[in-house]
Every structure is written in structure tokens, then in C-alpha cells.
Design a binder for this molecule. Structure first.
Ligand SMILES: [Zn+2]
Length: 300
């Protein structure tokens, strides 16, 4: 039996039990574990939220416009689910949702290699197979796990999203026009690691071997001190999973300097959203809570 990813990338994919992972992420723990990935508790994959956000942004720098959020579609998202897919997959998802005219409950989509590492480290406590980082469909940017899968099936299949036999909530996009994001996902990590540890460089080959596995396990769960947004600022807003990192902390400090009361914890929650809107109003900007170029300019 082949699955979508075999067809797309000529590389074997391990069929995982997506439902098991979703059960853990339903714990909905917020904020990163303050230590190395290898020491993080195996609870929700949100314990590597900070590192995951850096990996996603680095990946977006590698493949601009090819890997996008779909949280603007008619979807309900689980807290720890990163709502990212490749652009053609998003367009197809949008059409399927429009056709049915209902909200889609999405429990998982893109899984970073940090999240996958966490699951893989815990593989012996699992009754079902766990793929090593880079070998899961959830690193393709072409996968979703949803509720009411059988109800959605007919709509999704119209546009190239197919169910995966043996994994009931899971669909893969096979509509074409996509790239192998799994090796790019690993490359994003390798680049970030080398940026932060120039004396312990690993090869930037997009492959997952012992060297990369070891480095990933020794990476800080809240993210590296040199972040990908240091060079090219990330657009900040209230999102799920919560945006977290040095850029959020810097924003909060800027808001405080502007005389707005807000906690500086490096996590973009509802209080930060409210503070940003207050700041925007003060500066005569549209109070949309989205921190991009215009709002940043006013903060300098
Ligand atoms: Zn899945």
C-alpha cells in the first residue's frame, strides 16, 4: 500500500496514529519548557512552542509564500496545532470548506521537527509507530487531522485532499504544485543551529542523521538566542498557538515605554493584543492588533 507521500517524494512514510498525538495536545499546556528539548516532559507538544515558532519562521524565510497559515479560513483549531500548509493545499482546503459551508475542526496540521523529536523520543511508550523527524506526513505541509473526517471526505477529495488508510482523522493533499517540505524543515533547523553554535556546526543537507538528532535534542525548548526574526521582523498578532519569543518580549517592552500597562513575558496573549490596539489608537493607526511595519515604525 502506498500513501500520498510515497507518490510525491519517493520516500517511505510511516503511518502514525494521529489520534494518539492529538489526545496529548488536548492537554493544552501553554508556554515552553525552560530547558533543553531532551529534558522536556512528554506532555503536550506545546512544551517546544518557542523553538517550533523559530523553525516555522526560518522555513518561511527559505520558501517564501510557499508555506502559509490557514487560520483565516473557516476553521476551529486545537491550541497546539500549527495551522500551516503549502499554498495550493490551502486553496484546496478553502474550496472544500466553502462547498460544505461548515466550520472545520482541525486538530493537527504542520508539526515541526522539534515536536516530532519529542514524540519520537517517547516512541517506546507508544503502542503505535512514531516517525523520526522528517519522516512524518505532518512535516510535508500537506497534512491535516480533523474531526468528522467521514463527513468531510467527499468535499476534500474533490480538491485533492485524500484520506490515509489506517489513520482515520488524517488527510494528505495530493493535488500537485507542491515541494518536499520535509527536507526543508530539517534544513531550517540545521541553519538555525549553525547560526547559534558556529563552533559546533552540523551539515546543512536537509537530512536527519545522528548529528542532527543529537543537535535537536540539545536545543533549547523556548528557542535559540539568535532568532530568525532578528534579521527580518515577523508580523506579530494574537494567534494560536500563541506567538512566543524575543520579538514579542521586545514589543511588550516597547509598549511599556509608550506608557501602556502590559506584562513582559514574551507571549502574545489577549492582554498584549489589547495593549497593541491601545497603542495603535494612540498613534492614529488602525487598531487591528497586528504588529507589522507601520506599528513598528511608531515604536522606534
Ligand atoms: Zn495525521
Amino acid at each position: 500500500m502506498t500513501d500520498s507521500s510515497d507518490l510525491l517524494f519517493n520516500q517511505p512514510v510511516i503511518v502514525e496514529a494521529c489520534e494518539e498525538f492529538v489526545q496529548r495536545d488536548m492537554l493544552g499546556i501553554k508556554g515552553s519548557f525552560p530547558g533543553l528539548l531532551q529534558d522536556a516532559p512528554m506532555s503536550s507538544t506545546a512544551v517546544v512552542n518557542g523553538l517550533s515558532q523559530q523553525l516555522i519562521y526560518q522555513l518561511q524565510l527559505i520558501v517564501p509564500d510557499a508555506f502559509v497559515s490557514f487560520d483565516d479560513l473557516n476553521v476551529d483549531l486545537l491550541d497546539a496545532a500549527f495551522p500551516y500548509v503549502q499554498t495550493p493545499a490551502k486553496q484546496a482546503l478553502q474550496r472544500a470548506i466553502q462547498d460544505r459551508g461548515q466550520t472545520m475542526q482541525v486538530n493537527s496540521a504542520y508539526r515541526t521537527i522539534a515536536q516530532q523529536m519529542l514524540l519520537y523520543n517517547d516512541r517506546f511508550n507508544n503502542s503505535n509507530p512514531v516517525a523520526p523527524p522528517g519522516a512524518s506526513n505532518h512535516q510535508t505541509g500537506l497534512a491535516i487531522d480533523i474531526e468528522d473526517a467521514r463527513g468531510w471526505e467527499v468535499y476534500l477529495m474533490r480538491y485533492g485532499w485524500y484520506p490515509l488508510p489506517g489513520d482515520p482523522p488524517h488527510f494528505d493533499y495530493q493535488g500537485g504544485g507542491t515541494i518536499d517540505l520535509r527536507s526543508q524543515s530539517i534544513l531550517a533547523f540545521q541553519q538555525l543551529w549553525n547560526l547559534n553554535y558556529p563552533n559546533q556546526k552540523i551539515s546543512e543537507d536537509g537530512g536527519f542523521g545522528p548529528q542532527t538528532e543529537n543537535a535537536l535534542n540539545r536545543s533549547p525548548a523556548p528557542g535559540f538566542s539568535k532568532a530568525p526574526w532578528d534579521g527580518k521582523p515577523r508580523t506579530l498578532r494574537l494567534a494560536m498557538p500563541r506567538m512566543e519569543g524575543s520579538d514579542v518580549l521586545k514589543l511588550q517592552e516597547g509598549l511599556k515605554k509608550a506608557g501602556i500597562v502590559v506584562g513582559a513575558d514574551g507571549e502574545f496573549g489577549p492582554a498584549t493584543d489589547k495593549a497593541v490596539k491601545e497603542f495603535q489608537q494612540k498613534k492614529g493607526l488602525k487598531p487591528d492588533g497586528i504588529v507589522a511595519v507601520k506599528t513598528r515604525e511608531q515604536m522606534a
